[in-house]
Design a protein around this ligand. Sequence first.
Ligand code: B3K
Ligand code: ZN
Length: 866
Amino acid sequence: MKTDQPQSIRLEDYRAPDYLVDNVDLVFDLEPESTRVLCATTYYAANDEGAPLVLDGEDLTLLNIALDGRTLGETEYSIENNQLTLTDLPERFELVIETEINPKGNTQLSGLYQSSGNYCTQCEAQGFRRITYFQDRPDVMARYNVTIIADKTACPVMLSNGNLIDQSDLDETQHAAVWEDPFPKPSYLFALVAGDLAMVEDTYKTSSGRDVDLRIFVEHGNEDRCSWAMESLKASMKWDEERFGLEYDLDLYNIVAVSDFNMGAMENKSLNVFNTKYVLAKSDTATDQDYAGIEAVIAHEYFHNWTGNRVTCRDWFQLSLKEGLTVFRDQEFSSDMRSRACERISNVKVLRAGQFPEDGGPLAHPVRPESYIAIDNFYTATVYNKGSEVIRMMHTLLGEENFRKGMDLYFERHDGEAVTCDDFAAAMQDASNIDLTQFKLWYSQAGTPDVSASWAYDEAAKQFDLTLSQHLGATPGQETKETMHMPISIGLIGPDGEDMVSDVLSLTQAEQTFTFKEIASKPVVSLNRGFSAPIKFKADYSREELAFLMAHDSDDFARWEAAQSYGTLLLLDMIKAHQEGRAFEKDAPFIEALRKTLHNENLDAEFIALCLQLPVESYLAEQMDVIDVEAIHAAREALRGFIATDLQDDLLETFRNLRSDAPYSPDAKSAGLRSLKNICLAYLSELDDPACMGLITAQYHNGDNMTDRMAALGILSNKDVSAREEALSDFYSRYKNDPLVVDKWLAVQAMSSLPTTLDTVKSLMEHDAFSIKNPNKVRSLIGVFAHANQLNFHRADGSGYEFHTSRILELDKINPQIAARMVAPLGKWRRFDTMRQDLMKAQLQRIIDTDGLSNDTFEMASKSLN
Ligand code: B3K
Ligand code: ZN
């Protein structure tokens, strides 16, 4: 049992800091197990209250503390609950603190730690306090001067933020580097890297003609995998200049790729630290999806230079100020680099898979949360992805021109400051003269609004009435809700398939009727085009109307959505049939609509592939009152079988036409063609036809790129055939020395729908390829099993829950941030039958009852249970 009940931090308790600093001088004497950190800071009182100075510090050994040159005795300060407190202070004073830390023993990967023997840091959100005692909060901004001293052989490379201003040899073995960052920044953006790393270099000329050196540091041997990341970085720099008039502000931009990293990447000023997954790529080791991910994450971190670094967050409740906005910016960038419609579809899929369930479950919280125990638990789909939707809705309401004016005003007002989401909305409102008062409820109210639509066409009056009504259900801590303001993009499509009306409606009332006059004939209404609001739409479409929208909607997103809605409608019927022991019925018009989509030459390949994909199992689960994982799986498999049987010739022809001998290129168009080819292959695999199995094994063995090889392996991994084992063991022997590819091998097995999967996952835990200390390995095996394998995780005997909980408890001792991220699947218990509910709750209780549990995991488990 957790004896010290952790305290919640609340937004309403925010107070500006009592002391400020202008400069921070740091000296690091790097040793794997005993690094010394000297931190010299001049503090000055921000008010005349004579308040104590409270510094945060965690896992530090304090060696010395001196105030204005005098070492303090142990009675002159106190250290309690990870805080060092000094009282009776002058208005201005210099504090020099010397601490010792253990980078090698730092398995939490927060603060200064080692990855493959190289030193690196992760300070967001609260890692700086694991380096030295400091006011570790984003509204304390200072200029950093950093001296790094290290062994010449172990650390030929020594990096920190800003510019390198000095480098010297100290003696035979040691050398030093001095870095100075001219831009004031919060401690979470501090970074240091030192080690033996290879470098790939390029340059970029900014729009005003300045040359910026671009450097990517990787472990030796990976130099040939950096070109896509470098191209993506240059494209991002150019895009930000063109779209937002934002230029890079230093002469150097460094990226370091490390293999042990808690998340994707980190935007430290001029020294981004990345998970290798989002840097390294070559065609035979990375898939199209990896390439797209690298492009997006490189852009995301680069865009943070303005939205996050130049203008930062006042406190962590404002996290979406930088994250929501920067996700919006990276999504826009990807839309310009690739297909806008496909990007939008993939953003919405991510939102529906991760954010909607979060918003409808025990962990629901507003985009601007009101309280937290561990801030690292709030790097959520709500803060990031719903946060981005909020920005996108502002963009829709204001239009591109006003939105840009709002961005300009935001930077004009707040450059160099730590601000709030209200400050951002105020800039948007002032620049556009559009009142955002009601709209801002999106920041404070949790939950996904339900919007229902009904309509009537008056033939005689040639009038079409569309009535929209909204409802937002209660979420934890928010019983009642106010009516939201949402932009709803719609179209009225005539019988000829042409738009008669295309408009963005402003829904501001609980129920609102919009009247359209001079509508010559009865239209089909297209709703929430482009997913203009992140809501759940309810509309009673007939199957014929959905097929019509699939064929004619001028908005590609809505067209895809119609295919999804049609598929969902059928699958929910089939799920019911399965539960009632009835045979599945085939819906020929749906399959015909897919066939027409497959052959539509006006559509791009990626889009067709997206339309052919049936709603995923977790999405179907979300549509049910009581989730039945077996019925969902059986129904979906059956519909895939119907499609494969009826479209066999079409699929085979498309597959054959799309096979190509051209050298691999990661561009969006080529990737789209592969995507379509591989979805055809996946459908063909449903036929259990030896010829089709031959195509799959041939593609596995002969594929000249990882996308094709993985597509074939993914298909085989769900089949109980001998080719499966052969391919899996071939794959491991080919790539066993390539950690990122081994991650794919683990994930593909953890994802398998075969009933042996849990045993496989258990045995893979013991495999040489696995390490519980490496977050990528944990995510690939344990994370994929619990988050993405609905069928096997929710086995009726509860063995999936039991196994998973043991892993959470094991991880909690090593890396609480990663452990806490594994809890959410157990928090879905309310959605299941009572037997599973009890099993899941028992495991959550087991977590909470564990001695010495971290605050991170405690918060997630206790909130999930309640
Ligand atoms: N800002 C970092 C995330 C830090 C997570 C800390 N637990 C990456 C990003 O969003 O760009
Ligand atoms: Zn970010």
